[in-house]
Design a protein around this ligand. Structure first.
Ligand SMILES: Nc1ncnc2c1ncn2[C@@H]1O[C@H](COP(=O)(O)OP(=O)(O)OP(=O)(O)O)[C@@H](O)[C@H]1O
Ligand SMILES: [Mg+2]
Length: 475
């Protein structure tokens, strides 16, 4: 980040010259004024990246601090550095209060100080730029999700704000309107089907059929008839003519899920249909023409399969017009909190009477401590089970532990105070345990003492007694 245009205001010509030298030396262009009012007028119609103001602009003129205030009122994002001949603490405080990012005394080291200060400003500007870009990206992401939500309901919403998921969303948006195949790759449970659905939903074909077939779930002899249909009497049991998925998907999208295990001959058949959009039903002679957009998915490593001679490179090339790679959840753990919140919200919508309304920070930590070999699907199942079994309004770490696979959960005994410390006398350990249970009940009820008492099966008075004894107020 380099600073483009710098406005310098100083009533001393030699300081203006020095400032101009320093900034031009850094590749900036400098506009100098000896009077603050002129700078304000100039800034009303021109853009600048930085202003450097002298504090004392001469008798009868507004001070640099006042000029700074006036500029900030109109251009709150323009960084301002204030220079001073003497530099008292009061001046420095006033400068910062007026919104200056830095305050520098004019002494023999002015040049060095300016350099340091400018680097600081550059960092601030870079920061602002990054934030703006991030906000922009977030807005785009929200817009895409909004379209998905409107178009097809919450069910197809893709959640995640990791850089990897942003990239996925950008690709989906880009390829959706292009009537060419898309290949979706990624380990199990990473959202391949969701992505395929999103591509269809965001395409001009959204209101046309969306047909899916799991190629691995059907024996190959049947797959042919499933995809291309058959004529009456094509094989034993084919009592009447049947349309295949390609015909059903005409005008819309066909999602070929788990394409990794088809035989090479069958892959050749698929390739032919992709290229000519033409095929015959099993035992049929009529050539049927369709207009189908194909999206294919697999969790196999197709590159390896090609090396092993198990996947046709020509089919790969055809399918890979656009490849969307979904990383494992472990590679984008920053998505875990938003995904957990999303699955909680969806579960609440779907099921009446769920007590949990929010997820505690401890529970989120626990979600983040596991590596999810089953990826997003596994996270979803764990969130739902934890929420289903929990009793309070706030999901606790213990609730998450109860739903995590046993080897991943931290045993609650470890979380209990003094549970293992056999040196302490029993009454103290019992007290510690009681205090822990009361605190846990408070957390589950968001510190509503009446509810916490009820959760523990205590009267309010009994609960209050322990509340005071253990000093359980929120710290
Ligand atoms: N980014 C995401 N946002 C919201 N939900 C997601 C996301 N990714 C996956 N899911 C949910 O996780 C579950 C699994 O996703 P999906 O079926 O799309 O995975 P897949 O990659 O097709 O898995 P498989 O290889 O096992 O078929 C679904 O319930 C899906 O809605
Ligand atoms: Mg799938």
């Amino acid at each position: 980040m380099t600073i483009g245009t710098i406005v310098c205001v100083d009533d001393q010509a030699e300081v203006r010259r020095l400032l101009a030298d320093v900034f031009r030396g850094r590749g900036g262009s400098v506009v100098s004024f000896d009077d603050g009012e002129d700078a304000i007028t100039w800034l009303a119609t021109n853009d600048a990246d930085l202003a450097v103001l002298d504090l004392d602009l001469g008798p009868g003129r507004r001070s640099g601090i006042e000029i700074c205030r006036a500029i900030r009122a109109r251009l709150p994002d323009l960084p301002i550095i204030i220079l001073t001949g003497h530099g008292t603490i009061d001046d420095a405080v006033a400068a910062v209060k007026a919104g200056a990012v830095d305050f520098i005394t004019k002494d023999p080291y002015l040049e060095d100080k300016l350099e340091i200060s400018v680097e600081k400003v550059e960092r601030i500007l870079q920061h602002a730029l990054d934030r703006k870009r991030l906000e922009e990206e977030n807005r785009e992401l929200r817009a895409t999700n909004e379209r998905l939500r409107k178009a097809a309901g919450r069910r197809w919403q893709i959640v995640g704000d990791s850089p990897a998921m942003r990239q996925v969303m950008t690709k989906i948006e880009k390829v959706a309107p292009v009537p060419r195949p898309v290949l979706v790759l990624g380990p199990r449970g990473t959202g391949k089907e969701l992505v395929a659905r999103a591509v269809h939903t965001l395409s001009p074909r959204a209101s046309e059929p969306y047909i899916t077939i799991n190629c691995a779930a059907v024996a190959e002899s049947l797959l042919e008839s499933e995809l291309f249909g058959h004529e009456e009497g094509a094989f034993t049991g084919a009592t009447k003519q049947k349309e295949g998925k390609f015909e059903l998907a005409d005008g819309g999208t066909l999602f070929l899920d788990e394409i990794g295990n088809m035989s090479l001959e069958f892959q050749a058949k698929i390739l032919r249909v992709l290229e000519y959009q033409r095929f015959e039903r099993v035992a049929g002679s009529l050539s049927i023409q369709v207009n189908v957009r194909v999206i294919a998915a697999t969790n196999l490593d197709l590159k390896q399969a090609m090396i092993d001679g198990k996947f046709r490179p020509d089919l790969y090339d055809r399918l890979a017009f656009e490849v969307i790679n979904l990383p494992s959840l472990a590679q984008r753990m920053q998505d875990v909190p938003v995904l957990a919140a999303h699955f909680l919200a969806r579960f609440r919508q779907e099921v009446a009477g769920i007590s949990v309304k929010e997820i505690s920070a401890d529970a989120l930590d626990r979600f983040a401590s596991y590596d999810y070999p089953g990826n997003v699907r596994e996270l979803k199942n764990i969130v739902e089970r934890a929420v289903y079994m929990a009793q309070g309004e706030v999901l606790t770490a213990a609730d998450v532990d109860a739903a995590l696979p046993p080897e991943a959960a931290q045993t609650s005994a470890a979380a209990l105070p003094f549970a293992d410390d056999v040196r302490l006398p029993l009454p103290e350990r019992v007290d510690a345990f009681e205090a822990w249970l009361c605190k846990d009940a408070l957390e589950r009820t968001r510190y509503k003492q009446k509810e916490a008492a009820a959760l523990l099966g205590l009267s309010y008075d009994q609960f209050r007694q322990r509340y005071r004894k253990y000093g359980l107020g929120k710290d």
